[in-house]
Design a protein around this ligand. Structure first.
Ligand code: LLP
Length: 442
């Protein structure tokens, strides 16, 4: 199901520069930390993803601190690699002390390339292959979050074959409704994720004294972009009850993995404060004495990134204004896929006009990319203001589920990724070339 392109409401959107940490306007010109975005665009071209190291660091630390201290619980943040898996971002988070949550052999490979210790890795996902399971067993990861009886069979068989006991937990489906959009809600009983409690309990008990399966944890991830406390509160209460029930039955678990899901502000959302989220989780967890694992993705990197693009052309069809930009749905799929609203604003500094323009656009416009799909529209009827060909635009909130979901559709090379560090910036992924596009083809 494709949800329609986001449409601006009559409500005025706040300028994300006013609420996005480490991005600000100075003398009208948008900066990431101390670097003008125009400087990056001039050097590396557009489209381009730009991330702030300070923003990622600050959010990671804020989350970590919220669970530390006297009121806290022993915990490990296992950053969800799928949100942004660039090697430099993974290294940065590893240096900050983060663990990692993976869902594929490819993500495990990235972490090893980044030099991360496998002892901090949890492996979730409904469809782990035998090969992926073996690789992770050999690597000696912290925890397998098992999602079916069939998967557990394979895990036990491979653990026995390799003579390496598997540290495992079951991902349960706590049956709560959560998540900003049907595609990213995962914790309800009709979803494919996790297992019903009755089945999970049966497996825990059946393999209680297994030589090759060592029950160490229980996990749940109820959805993504969750903005309210209620779903987290119900889910953690259920998990705590499961841990107690298992303990009474003689299965003592060390880890409770509460997944990710904390929402962020893209436009007008009012997300949960990290410390309120932490209070809900720690209150339920402290009496249990478990070690808490968290798998946040979006909250750590989401607001730390933007996608730079330039205006190619403006045009008017039947009185409607279109701003055609050089980024497209292949670079950033969230608006087309989820109807996600990522505000777009002008970066400030105007470039000399290099592309023929049909004059300034009117103040409201559809912002569209070059891909041959009507759905290739970032925003409809958006109050962008007057722009001209060559102007630099910024799509906000692009740090999570941005580049990682980019494709080569329409044979468009994927954009570069750039990390800003104070007054410097560096390329952390090159723009793809036409040669890259055909690599592996015969
Ligand atoms: N743990 C598990 C098992 C997950 O499936 C996910 C996300 C996370 C952790 C991280 O969730 P977060 O903290 O980022 O909400 N592409 C979608 C989001 C898909 C999320 C999938 N699972 C989007 O662009 O909104």
């Amino acid at each position: 199901m494709i949800v329609g392109t986001p449409r601006a409401t009559s409500k005025r959107f706040a300028d994300p520069a006013d609420f996005t940490p480490f991005f600000e306007r100075r003398a009208g010109e948008l900066h990431c930390e101390r670097v003008p975005l125009e400087r990056i665009a001039a050097r590396l071209g557009t489209p381009a993803y730009v991330y702030s190291r300070a923003a990622i660091t600050a959010t990671y630390r804020r989350l970590d601190r919220a669970f530390a201290g006297p009121g806290g619980v022993p915990h490990t943040i296992c950053y969800s690699v799928k949100a942004n898996s660039n090697l430099s971002i993974l290294r940065l988070l590893a240096r900050l002390g983060s663990g990692f949550d993976i869902v594929s052999g490819g993500e495990l490979h990235r972490l090893r390339r980044a030099g991360v210790s496998p002892k901090t890795i949890v492996f979730s996902g409904v469809g782990k292959t035998r090969e992926e399971i073996c690789d992770a067993l050999r690597a000696g990861i912290l925890l397998f979050n098992v999602e079916s009886a069939a998967e557990l069979e394979i895990l036990a068989a491979e653990a026995a074959r390799l003579r390496r006991p598997a540290a495992a937990g079951i991902r349960v489906n706590p049956d709560v409704e959560a998540g900003g959009h049907p595609h990213i809600s995962t914790g309800h009983h009709r979803h494919k994720f996790g297992m019903d409690w009755d089945d999970a309990r049966r497996l825990y008990l059946a393999h209680k004294d297994s030589r090759w399966i060592r029950w160490q944890g229980i996990s749940a991830h109820i959805g993504s972009q969750i903005l309210s406390a209620a779903p987290f509160r119900s889910a953690i209460a259920r998990l705590a009850a499961y841990v107690r029930e298992l303990r009474r039955a003689g299965v003592a678990l060390k880890y409770l993995d509460f997944g990710g899901g904390i929402g962020v502000r893209y436009a007008a959302e009012d997300p949960l404060e990290v410390r309120n989220y932490a209070a809900i989780v720690t209150r339920a967890l402290r009496p249990l004495g478990c070690h808490l694992l968290l798998e946040p993705g979006r909250v750590i990197v989401g607001q730390a990134g933007v996608l730079l693009m330039r205006v190619l052309y403006t045009k008017t069809n039947h009185g409607k204004t279109f701003v055609v930009v050089d980024a497209a749905m292949n670079d950033m799929i969230r608006p087309a896929l989820y109807g996600a609203v990522h505000p777009i604003t002008v970066a400030g500094a105007l470039r000399p006009r290099t592309v023929a323009s049909r004059g300034p656009s009117s103040s409201r416009a559809d912002i569209v990319g070059p891909v041959c799909e009507t759905g290739d529209c970032f925003l409809q009827d958006w109050p962008l203001g007057e722009v001209n060909s060559g102007d630099l635009l910024v799509l906000w909130g692009a740090g999570a589920y941005g580049f990682v979901a980019a494709s080569n559709y329409n044979s468009r090379p994927r954009p570069p990724e750039v990390l800003v560090e104070g007054s410097r910036f560096r390329l952390i992924r090159r723009r793809e070339s036409f040669q890259d596009l055909c690599r592996g083809e015969l």
